[in-house]
Ligand binder design. Structure first.
Ligand SMILES: [Zn+2]
Length: 197
């Protein structure tokens, strides 16, 4: 029989940025706490997995069919495409974007085996095809190798739909992550986004 601590370490080590050593440290930390700590953690994981899913429209996380952004009054004409939910949240904090979002859940990275089918690209295209209200697609992928590759790919496949395609303006350092950019820089980049072509 497998030792439960080995299983826990093995599962924790699958989390992004967590290697075996950190996984072991986290597991030991949990064991050192009163049992309620572990039970609460397990309960919250269970609740999250059981109740949280992707919004049917934008692929943000939600406990309902549509997320709070898709349900609220937003500018239907502008659709901002981001890699991750953390990027969406960072842009929301700037309060400078009133359009809607689409979360890809990653970026194209052939070396990691991530192609278009691994991302929410089909969902994006279906949305663009279904809505004549969408006039502009803001591609807000990270200014990184994979983010740029994703942006180029999206611009190519969206081109036939006659939408204005824009990217966030410079000011965002190359190689950085939208999630970690300060609000001022990010609002400036959003306000002065540039045409893709
Ligand atoms: Zn949504």
């Amino acid at each position: 029989m497998t030792n439960p601590i080995d299983t826990l370490v093995h599962e924790l080590a699958k989390l992004p940025g967590i290697g075996e050593r950190t996984a072991m440290r986290l597991a030991i930390h949990v064991l050192r706490q009163p049992p309620e700590f572990g039970h609460r953690l397990a309960h919250s994981l269970n609740e999250t997995v059981g109740k949280v899913h992707f919004c049917e429209e934008c692929c943000n996380i939600t406990t309902e069919r549509l997320c709070h952004i898709c349900k609220s009054e937003r500018d239907e004409a502008t659709l901002c495409v981001v890699e991750d939910i953390a990027d969406l949240q960072a842009i929301e904090k700037t309060h400078c974007f009133r359009g809607k979002y689409h979360v890809l859940h990653g970026a194209l990275s052939p070396v990691d085996g991530i192609g278009p089918d691994e991302l929410k690209i089909l969902e994006l295209l279906t949305r663009i095809k279904a809505s004549s209200a969408i006039k502009e697609i803001v591609i807000a992928t990270n200014p990184s190798v994979t983010g740029d590759a994703t942006a180029l790919y999206l611009a190519k496949i969206i081109a036939p739909y006659n939408k204005i395609i824009t990217r966030l303006a410079s000011g965002i350092p190359v190689g950085s992550h939208i999630e970690f950019i300060d609000r001022n820089t990010l609002s400036r980049a959003m306000a002065s986004r540039v045409s893709f072509q």
